[in-house]
Design a protein around this ligand. Sequence first.
Ligand code: AKG
Length: 293
Amino acid sequence: MHAGSHRDLSHAHSPLSDLFPNIHEETESSRWRLSQDQLQFFEQNGFVVGPQLFAGSALEHLRAELTMLMEPTHPGSENWYEYHTNESSDPSRILFHALGAWRIATGFHDLLWHPGFVQPAEQLLNGPVRFWHDQLFCKPAMHGGVVAWHQDYSYWTRTRPMAHLTAWIGLDNATPENGCIHYVPGSHHWDLLPITGLAGDMQAIRSVLNDEQWEQFRNPVAVPLQAGQCVFHHPLTVHGSFANRTSTPRRATVINAIRDGVCSESWEPLLQGIPAVAPGTPLAGQFFPRLSK
Ligand SMILES: O=C(O)CCC(=O)C(=O)O
C-alpha cells in the first residue's frame, strides 16, 4: 500500500481512483439527498445520521491507508497540518488525532468527492460546499482517551461567517462501549461557549454552562453507527465521546466543510504549514477545493 508516494494530493481537485462514487459523475441527482424528515431532525437537534458511504473493499482500503498513516515516518508525512500520537509500540494502543490525510492518501482524498457526503452537505449548508479540512480520530483498544464535550466552531473562529458542517464517518462499527459520538440535542441553538479542552476532562464544559444549558446537557444522545456510515453535525452542537472500553480500536475519519464564500478572519495561516489567506478573502485554491459541481 502506498500513500501517494510523496506527491501532495491537494493539487488534485477531483478523485484519483474509482474507490467511491464521484459527485462529478453522479447522474441520479437525488440518490444521496437527505429526506425532509432528516432535514427537520437536523434543524431541531443539530445532528442527523446520514447514509452508508462505503463498505467492503473500500472500507478495507481506508483502514489499510490509516494503518500506514499511523506510522510516523511514512512517505508524505511532511504534508500533515497536525499529527498527534502517543507513539506506543503496540499499534492497537496508539491514540491518534491528525489533520491532512487528504493530502497524503488516495482513499482519504477521494472520499471528499463522495456524493453521499457532498449532496447532504449542500442541503445542510444551504449552498455549494467547499472543503475546510479533514481529521482522523483513533481510539485504541481499552484506552481511557475521551474527546471532551465541545463545539467545533470554537476552534474555527478564524473563519467567518459561521457556515460550517462536520461529517463524522466510522471506520469501525461505533458503539457506546467503544466510544461512539454523543450529542446534546438542541445545543446548536446555544451561543458559542469558551474552549474548555478536548483531552482529559469530560466534565470540563460544566464550568461554562448556565443552569438551563446544564439541564439540557444532562440528556446526551449516543449515536451508534455502522462502519462506513456518517453522521452530520452543526458547528455549535455540543458533542464528545467517552473512552473505548473494548478490545478493538475505534477509528473514524471526519470531513469538515464550509459553504462556499466563507472567509478568512486571520493574518495567520488557517492551517499549519500553508500560506495565509488575507482577512476578508474567501477560502479557495489549492487547500480548499470546491466539492459541489
Ligand atoms: O471521534 C471522536 O470521538 C470525536 C470527533 C469530534 O469531536 C468531531 O468530529 O468534531
